[in-house]
Ligand binder design. Structure first.
Ligand code: AMP
Ligand code: ZN
Length: 666
């Protein structure tokens, strides 16, 4: 091939790959299979490696860049990012409408109604169609340059479908399903969960390592063009259509309506149906559709006069804080949890709310016996808003930080002076051991069936188990010695399961070790890369960050973990019993090539577990429904994906159906 031909080939590959991303992530209806995509991607990558002079910033191979060593640069916004005025009631929105009508001397107004996405504002600058800069809002005048992180968001085009120089604004958010999955994983890894999707998205966008950001699967919707007059646009509706045309993802439920009554209908409809969306919304945004009227009304010092946020009332309830209990995590972190008088909020009964740490309790001045106001943060996790001081009788009790571990009575304290959390400092605290063993036997790890939490607790308390490796040393007699209620069947089953687990693939063992930050996906990446546990132990930070998806923070955790003498001693023991080489089970083909979307709450699996099972059986879990989806696995209270699946004729599976398929009974 001549150099000219190579260049053309590279450009063609990019074009095809970018088109696929657009169809897949923006339109939700890909026309190319994933295999085809992977093939083309590999081809492009090879060519670019051979001819690096042709690498360009809009190439799909260039989404993940290097870690930023000096934090984010400042960006001065060319046009200010305004905030929005808020309204919460029909009266207020009617007052807004009256004022607009009066100021414009008009009797009827056309409004463009959008959903208010609960994420973070983002501004993108494209030059000749190529993404140059992405910045956060900051104070509206100056934001932070988060370009390298935003480039990892697959629904954001690196190249527009038209070579425009244009600034576009919208909202970056974390889909609810991702949020739940991340929190499951953080839980598994002994990290504090995020309070709501918005915080998780904000935290993600401020990560210094784009590799970490990419793993989180952020998404974005766009709703505004800066200097829209330059593009011959006359209304918000035209703007949105224009954005779609040039390849930007827009929120699909916006509606043009006439008059304030239809605005109220739109708001009511979404207050009821918001739970069906896979992204959190906290209200609607009402915009005057016609740009000439927008111009006439202008801005206040802080927000446009032609738009207003029409928010949903937060679902809040009062209830009694009956008690504070202290949980001890796998890494010893002591978390205070409020035991509440059960109360129904947004469709579920809330009995507990995490109080995070003792600074939080002090700040909110929470006391036992208080009446507290509860809401669901990001509609998902219950949270205490405040205590109602007026309802105090004087009998309330202050929540005191325990001076000993509630489980082992050992010393508690901060590991480092700057830590917020206090931890049980006893290395052999049974609470920690129990949690470590629970993780070790869990489905994504060594998958030792029939060994429930209660049983593990019982064995720990009888001092049969002091670390996961003890599971392999237990004899039948040890089990019988636990006393009454231990049937022969239980003992035989235990022995059988333990034997089976010795041959689990390396990635399961790595998951089970509980390395901070290493969930099942990362464990799998590591196992594929290093092949044996010995190699993993010997890996340096550089070796580890060579793996796509592993950033320096996790790499450091891994190296630290394997430098701990206690850990090394345990691992030497484990090696005597279990497989420490990579391999993958042959049997996992029941879902080969199948794309599966999960919606609703499953009885038997967390999101991480189901994802693992799908992957282990050769399938792929995807987050959105399209005509290429093979199955929808529907749990309790399925979301809009269920309806979308029905309308596209996708086969819907119950948890039972799913289990039958993976057990090859169907
Ligand atoms: P607030 O943060 O409550 O002042 O609300 C203003 C913010 O709402 C804006 O800065 C945007 O980030 C965000 N927002 C979410 N959805 C929309 C939308 N459809 N139109 C305009 N702003 C939106
Ligand atoms: Zn303890």
């Amino acid at each position: 091939m001549s150099m000219e031909e190579i260049k053309t080939e590279i450009e063609n590959l990019r074009k095809k790959l970018n088109l696929h991303s657009y169809e897949y992530y923006v339109l939700n209806s890909p026309s190319m299979s994933d295999d085809e995509y992977d093939n083309l991607y590999r081809k492009l990558k090879k060519l670019e490696e051979k001819y690096p002079e042709y690498i360009s910033s809009d190439s799909p191979t260039q989404r993940v860049g290097d870690k930023l060593s000096n934090g984010f640069n400042e960006v001065i916004h060319k046009e200010r990012l305004y905030s929005l005025d808020n309204t919460y009631s029909e009266e207020e929105i009617k007052a807004f409408d009256s004022k607009v009508k009066k100021d414009l001397s008009k009797n009827d107004i056309e409004y463009f109604c959008e959903l208010k996405i609960d994420g973070l504002s983002i501004s993108l600058e494209y030059e000749n169609g190529i993404l140059k800069t992405a910045s956060t809002r900051g104070d509206g005048f100056r934001g932070e340059d988060v370009t390298s992180n935003v480039r990892t968001i697959k629904s954001i085009p690196l190249k527009l479908r038209s070579p425009l120089t244009i600034e576009i604004r919208g909202e970056v958010f974390l889909p609810k399903s991702e949020f739940l999955m991340i929190n499951d994983e953080r839980d598994e890894e002994g990290l504090n969960p995020f309070a709501n999707p918005r915080n998780a998205a904000a935290g993600t966008l401020r990560q210094l390592d784009p590799k970490e950001v990419r793993k989180r699967n952020l998404d974005a919707f766009f709703y505004q063009i800066v200097n829209q007059n330059n593009y011959d646009l006359h209304s918000q509706e035209e703007s949105i259509n224009f954005l779609k045309k040039i390849g930007m993802k827009t929120e699909p439920n916006s509606e043009k309506v006439n008059g304030v009554n239809e605005v109220i209908e739109f708001w009511k409809k979404w207050a009821n149906e918001k739970n069906q969306l896979n992204y959190a919304i906290d209200g609607t945004v009402i915009k005057i559709n016609d740009f000439s009227y927008q111009l006439e009304l202008g801005y206040t010092i802080k927000s446009p006069r032609w738009a207003i946020a029409f928010k949903f009332p937060a679902e809040q309830k009062e209830t009694l804080l009956k008690n504070a209990v202290f949980q001890v995590g796998r890494l010893g972190t002591i978390t205070p949890v409020a035991d509440l008088e059960p109360v129904r909020i947004a469709g579920t009964t809330v009995k507990r709310a995490v109080m995070h740490n003792f600074d939080y309790i002090k700040e909110k001045d929470l006391r036992i016996g208080d009446t507290v106001l509860i809401e669901k943060a990001g509609e998902i996790i219950p949270q205490i808003v405040k205590s109602i001081k007026e309802k105090r009788t004087g009998d309330e009790k202050i929540i005191i930080q325990p001076d000993e571990c509630p489980i082992c009575k050992g010393k508690v304290g901060k590991e480092k002076p700057e830590d917020i959390a206090i931890k049980c400092l006893n290395p052999v605290c049974p609470a920690k051991i129990e949690k470590r063993i629970i993780l070790f036997v869990s489905r994504g790890a060594m998958d030792i069936e029939g060994l429930g939490e209660k049983f593990i607790q019982r064995m720990c308390r009888a001092e049969l188990l002091k670390s996961p490796v003890d599971l392999y040393k237990i004899t039948e007699n040890d089990l019988y010695s636990l006393g009454s209620g231990i049937a022969e069947k239980t003992v035989k089953n235990y022995m059988k399961e333990i034997e089976k687990s010795k041959n689990m693939p390396l990635h399961n063992l790595l998951t089970g070790l509980g390395i901070p930050g290493v969930g099942s996906k990362t464990a799998r990446d590591i196992a594929i890369h290093f092949k044996t546990l010995q190699q993993v132990e010997a890996a340096t930070i550089n070796d580890l960050t060579d793996i796509t998806g592993i950033g320096s923070e996790i790499a450091k955790n891994i190296v630290d973990f394997f430098s701990n003498p206690q850990v090394l001693k345990e691992i030497e023991e484990i090696k005597k019993f279990v497989n420490t080489e990579e391999f993958f089970e042959e049997s996992g083909t029941a879902l080969k090539g199948k794309k599966i979307v999960v919606t609703g709450t499953l009885d038997n699996y967390t999101r991480t577990e189901i994802k693992n099972i799908i992957q282990e059986n050769g399938g792929e879990m995807s987050s959105s429904v399209s005509k290429n989806t093979d199955y929808i696995l529907a749990g309790k209270n399925p979301g809009s994906k269920y309806n979308k699946g029905l309308s596209l004729g996708v086969k819907i599976l119950s948890e039972k159906d799913f289990e039958k398929i993976i057990n090859n009974d169907l």
